[in-house]
Each structure stands twice: as C-alpha cells, then as structure tokens.
Design a binder for this molecule. Structure first.
Ligand code: GDP
Length: 426
C-alpha cells in the first residue's frame, strides 16, 4: 500500500507520463490534482503513441480508476475528445471519475487567454492559450463554475452572469469585442454536462476509502517544480502548484498519505515557453540536441512549439528536487546524450561576480546568471536496448552517479527510451 506522487523536477516535459504509465501497472488509482490541458504527457505503448492532456496516464489499463481531482482545471471538450480517440484506437473503455468539485474551463477563459497574449505581444509569458491563467484567476476570485453547478441550470446561469459582469466591460473597453451573455454559453455547457454525468462523483471520498483500504494510488503532477507559482520562475510559471506538497490538497487525500515522491529528472534540460533558462543552448548545438532528442519529441506536446534545450542544470534540478521533497529520482532521456564525445553540465551560476551553487536565484537575478560548465566523458553508444544498470557503459553509469550526487537524491530508475519497457530499475 503506497501513495506515490510523480512530479517534475525541472520545467516540465521530463517524461512524467512515461514514468506514470510504467508505474501504473501496479496501481489501482491514477489521479490528476492540478493544471488543465496546458501540458501533454506523451505515452508510447502497445496501442501506439498518445499525447494525453486532460486524462490521467492510467487510462491504458482498464482496471485502473483515473481520477480528475478538485484541484484540476477541467477542459470538458479535451477530456471527451481524448476518451473518444483512445476508444477509436483500440484502447478498452477507461474507468474515469471526475470530482463534482473540479472547476470547468469555460470558452471565455480560452478567449481571454488569447486576447491577453495578443495584447501583451512580446511581453507575453508564453501561455499555451488553454485558458489556464484566466481560469485560476476566476477560481480564486470565486467566480468559477464547479462541475456540480453544470447540473443545476438556474444556479449555472447565475454563476455565469456573475462571472461575465466584469469581464464584459473588459471585453468591450480593453479588447474591443462584443459582450457575451450567459445564456449563449448555456446550451453547450448543458450538453457537455450530460456527456460528463456518468463520470461525476465525490472523488475525495472515493480516494479516502481507497487509502483506508490500502489501495495503491499514484498522484500525477503536471509541468515541473520550476513552474510552480510560489517557488518557480514567476511570472513565467503556471497558475497552480506543481509540487507534491499540493498533491493531497488538489486530489483530496490526507497530507500524511504520501510516502513516496518520485521526482522525474531529465538528463539534459528542456523548456517550452518564455522565462530565464541559464543552461540554454542556441544555434547548431541546440538544433543538434533537439534533433537527436528526436524520439523525445523536443517539440511541445501541447503547442508543437520547438522546445528550448540546454545542458543538465545541477543548480535548478537540486532546487526542484528539494521543493518536491523527492524521496527518489527517475532519470529520463539518458539515451539522447549518446551522441556526445563529452557532455557539458551546468554545475553553478556566475552571478554578481560570485559562483552560486546551493541556492536558486529569484527570477530577476536568474536572468543575469551565466552557466558554469563542467564536462563529463560521453559514451558514444546507443543504450536504448539496455535493461540493467551494470550493462550501461562506464561513463553512462558515471553520469547517473554525477546526477545523483548533484541533486542529493537517490536515482531509483533510469529511462533509456520513450517506450514503456525502456526502463532500468536500480
Ligand atoms: P511529461 O509532460 O513530463 O510527461 O513529458 P512530455 O511527454 O511532454 O515529454 C517527454 C518526451 O520524452 C516525450 O516525447 C516522451 O515520449 C519522451 N521520453 C520520455 N522518456 C524518454 C527517454 O528516456 N528517452 C527518450 N528518448 N525519450 C523519452
């Protein structure tokens, strides 16, 4: 009986989906507890290649209950579309449960996201335009719509009217758009609600019961520690906490339930969207890593934007693991580095005439930091077929040990390819 959180130590895209899919085999529940459809988890298994944005990564196992917790930003269209796609590609009907308290991403949230990104132009924060920032702004301003509200027409209309009152002034005055009336949104929402009905329940009681019965539960984080709004590279962060500490809140479990926290660490760095990125590579070096990371699809799973790439950043990753409270790490994408004679790694930041190693500077400072690089020997070998640590080339083993020492967390598994079976357990 364990409750495990699988979370990102970096900027996102670390390979959490693959790790969750691999671990899900032994679980009864896989739970999404924050974020919405603004990040994609890529999963490759016997059914094919999938990018899940809204569904939990346990949907490929029919015996697993996949839960959308109250802390998530539920995009109903995306969820229903993903379910249909799975069925059309031969995946058995997944077992899905959606919290009646989860809040719904409305068309108006997506519209505001787009309008605001356009208005900000070059000063934008790199939104994926899935409505996430306006959604969470409404949630905390107490203007959101909970799933349960969808089933009560009068209440839903009132909630929408309340939400739209101020927005319509902004729409007209700031964005030069026509106002939107609550009644225009109703038919679509009511129709979505009916499709959602079979999945809706009190997921917090469901999970508490499962916890008491000793079931194995996986809590699946979205994005990574450095995108956390409190601890990350604000304002280039996301709008809900990406940390394991938030997992019991967003899922609805006791805080002491989680006994295992797996921080997924990427063997090099990648990041989609704006914000400071100290070990970033440019030009040909970046193109090469992005190209050779081809299997790792270094193009955002949600936006298709080419990911920014860089060398492994020990300062950022140690900080990410610390924030996550990692009890172990899963190192992914080690295979991608197999083309290098020597592998540069960022071991510190040069900042204000000092070398910073043990703390992660605030965003304003980070923008001025320069990477301090060291070089480790490469292995120039395709390791993607290897399944035992001791069969890895000596310098690949050394790289894993280097990462372990830098982050101060034991590496429990090493991923050597995107497929489920391309995994070494230590
Ligand atoms: P997530 O959001 O953390 O699940 O990550 P993404 O799915 O956005 O990005 C991870 C990418 O790396 C996907 O294309 C995965 O298929 C791929 N991937 C995961 N682990 C490995 C690995 O060990 N090696 C390689 N080459 N690709 C991997």
């Amino acid at each position: 009986m364990t409750v495990t959180a699988i979370v990102g130590a970096n900027w996102g895209d670390e390979g959490k989906g693959k790790m969750t899919d691999a671990l899900a085999a032994k679980s009864s529940f896989v739970v999404r507890y924050q974020g919405g459809s603004n990040a994609g988890h890529t999963i490759i298994n016997s059914y094919g290649k999938f990018a899940l944005h809204m569904l939990p990564s346990g949907v490929f196992y029919p015996a697993i209950t996949n839960v959308i917790g109250p802390g998530t930003a539920l995009d109903i269209d995306v969820l229903l579309r993903e379910r249909d796609e799975l069925l059309s590609r031969g995946v058995p009907e997944p077992r899905i449960r959606i919290s009646e308290r989860a809040q719904v991403v409305l068309p108006i949230h997506r519209l505001f996201d787009e309008l605001e990104e356009t208005r900000l132009g070059e000063k934008s924060f790199g939104s994926t335009k899935r409505g996430i920032a306006p959604f969470y702004a409404d949630k905390y301003a107490k203007l959101g719509v909970q799933v349960a509200d969808l089933f009560e027409e009068e209440r839903l209309l009132k909630r929408l009217e309340q939400s739209l009152a101020a927005k319509n002034i902004v729409l007209e005055q700031l964005y030069n758009r026509k106002p939107i009336h609550a009644s225009e949104l109703l038919p679509e929402l009511r129709s979505q609600a009916e499709k959602l009905r079979p999945y809706v329940c009190d997921t917090s009681s469901l999970l508490h019961d499962a916890y008491r019965n000793g079931e194995t539960i996986l809590l699946e984080g979205q994005l990574g520690a450095l995108r956390d709004p409190d601890h990350g590279i604000y304002p280039y962060s996301t709008s809900s906490s990406t940390l394991a500490g938030f997992a019991p809140v967003g899922a609805g479990l006791p805080p002491y339930a989680i006994t295992r926290i797996i921080a997924v660490v990427k063997a090099y760095s990648s990041c989609v969207g704006a914000g400071p990125f100290v070990s970033e590579l440019m030009g040909e070096e970046a193109d090469q890593l992005r190209r050779l990371g081809g299997d790792a699809g270094e193009f955002g799973a949600t936006t298709g934007r080419p990911r920014r790439v860089g060398w492994f950043d020990a300062v950022a990753t140690r900080y990410g693991c610390m924030l996550q409270g990692a009890t172990e790490a899963a190192l992914t994408n080690l295979d991608v580095l197999g083309y290098l004679e020597e592998i540069p790694v960022c071991v510190g930041y040069e900042l204000d005439g000092r070398i910073v190693k043990d703390s992660f500077p605030v965003t304003g400072k980070l923008q001025e930091a320069k990477p301090v690089l060291e070089r480790l020997p490469g292995w120039r070998f395709d390791i993607s077929h290897i399944r035992r640590f001791e069969d890895l080339p000596e310098s690949a083993q050394q790289y894993v040990r280097f990462v372990e020492a830098s982050i101060g967390v034991k590496v429990g598994s090493v991923s050597v390819g995107p497929k489920r079976e391309q995994l070494i357990t230590l």
